[in-house]
Design a protein around this ligand. Sequence first.
Ligand SMILES: [Zn+2]
Length: 273
Amino acid sequence: MRSRFFRTAGELKAPKFIYQSGSARNALAIGKMAMTIAIVERDDGSIVLVDCGYAEEICTNPTMHAGRVLSLSVLGLESTGEDAIVRQLQTLGFDPRKVSHVVATHLHLDHVGAIKDFPNAELVVAREEFDAFLTQPRFPGYRRQDLVSAGRIRIVDLKEDPRFGFPGSFDLFGDSEIVLLDAKGHTRGTLAVAIDDGKRPYIHIGDAAYQSWEYGLAPSGPSRLAKLTAWNESALHETYRVLREAENHERRPILVPAHDIDVYATLPHDPKA
Ligand SMILES: [Zn+2]
């Protein structure tokens, strides 16, 4: 692995009371959430993304985002075209055509909408998630048109041994650099993705928890937003337990909820970091 770093594809605005803990002050105030993408440059120069955010056309014109899904319409996207991950990669000197894989933590618009910006990428998704996408097209958050423009879709089963405490796993390249982990609950096939350069691993947890406080014990989640959008609340709670265990794993992985802007601020944002 040559480098791994994180970027946010714009910011989401939402009233704090729906995603912060009940004890948060100024709960009626509007807060900002990140839309965190992990970018991994492999030794052969290929690039792997964990999630890809909104498409460039939506980042350029965020009002297109309005009204997309009922349950998430409280979220307002703040972005310009420069925030699209494809544009950020270009600005950094990367060729977007080298993006070989986009691992989808799940198939909601804010996580996979930009697949159309990466024509050479294979979209990697858990079987349960793909099945849910096909069989529950009206389930809030899925948009059928998002995958129509995906060139190739690779469906994986998390049948390998537990890792970092997650009950199932799939090692994408067989070298432990990118390992898909079973973190269902937010959706039927939500993945967490371990990014391991042999030092301290990061685990991008998508929306397995929106904010890191949610999987803690005092206060404990889910937030109103997580409750509202969960596929299965008991699975969500079980995954929170797994996330606590993962954080205490001997290798001390850093857990990255896609939308936690405070966690985002602590991450490396530059490929040379
Ligand atoms: Zn999300």
